[in-house]
Design a protein around this ligand. Sequence first.
Ligand code: PMT
Length: 399
Amino acid sequence: MQAIAGKKIILGVTGSIAAYKAVYLTRLLVKAGAEVQVLMTPSAARFVQPLTFATLSKRPVFMDVTAEDAWNNHVEMGLWADAMLVAPATANTLARLANGICDNIIAAVYLSARCPVFVAPAMDVDMWHHPSTQANIKRLQSYGNHLIPVESGELASGLEGEGRLAEPENIVAFLSKFFGVSQALVGQKALITAGPTYEAIDPVRFIGNRSSGKMGVALAKAIIEQGGEVVLVMGPSKLQPQMNGLTLIRVESAQEMYDHAVAQFPSCQVGIMAAAVADYRPLDPAQEKIKKKGDRMTIELVKNPDIAATLGSQKKSDQTLIGFALETENGEANARGKLTRKNLDYIVLNSLRDPGAGFGTDTNKVSIFGADNKVVHFELKSKEEVAKDIIATTLTKNK
Ligand code: PMT
């Protein structure tokens, strides 16, 4: 969530039952890397304790414009912030802000704010549709403020209709979009396999491959930037990825990667198999270092479980599974074969015939084949750009 990371956000919480959602909203904003300063009206504090917000935001909550520590701050805060967000904004608060009535700290900071202001209303369906409320909304928008649309559904009163506070994920997505990066993957969790696997021959030797893990890490970064969460199951790689929203599971062998991937996939909406997994492993790894003997030696290998194919066989209709095909010949035919055999939704072909593509490099050149027979070819690009192309083609194309 680069767009939100580092942003200073004032969150004004007003007295609505939806104030409880502002707790999760605070957590999402902080998790995305924002500095959050919470302001509350006294009636908001009757729904949620200020201590909850203070703990989550790691800053004191201000409620009283005349309090010693807040008196000068309403002007300073208005200048400090990159954005002011009023969520939930009650009908009363909308009226107050629309008419410049400065009788609480949120209104005082609002009038001092030079940053963009966002209001996320919350109220009952009839209050929302009342001409007074709608006129206040129009007036606020005419001053350049941004309306985060209400959502529709069951309301606290028991009535159904428009007036619900937008879900916290949607509020974060709205802000992020405003700041420049789509947040189409908020609420989505992706399992990514990355890097090589090492298959022990004896305690010092292994069968491995040249994967660096860069492609998988680039994918993790791109998904997190768009609001998603990632579980990255990574084989031995020098990379040390650290990001909010990333759970890193380090493994060595294909069997370990398989065990973790199979355990994680049911709680994910997306699986991306970017790892270069050894197809075979030594049947009987030696317990002690193998000594040099004759001119030849034979190691008997046994097949490893196929992670992508197993997840493909367990995939639910709301899960998307994306594989890679690393080929040296007959790229398209081999990729299509793997797409079908492993029951993938998409396969990303990279060929070692293309200079700059595949293992170890900072660049890659890919073609993406869909189970729907659609194909998209891309030029050589950085792995970060390739990751964004993969996500745009497979996960966010309709968003
Ligand atoms: O890590 P980098 O240096 O950045 O390099 C990136 C990459 C070249 C490793 C990556 O882009 C890539 O192509 N990964 C897949 C490599 C591979 O092993 O492809 P494959 O054609 O052998 O396998 C097909 C698919 O099945 C892959 O998604 C693979 O992860 C998966 N597979 C294969 C075998 C196995 N036992 N389990 C699997 O899940």
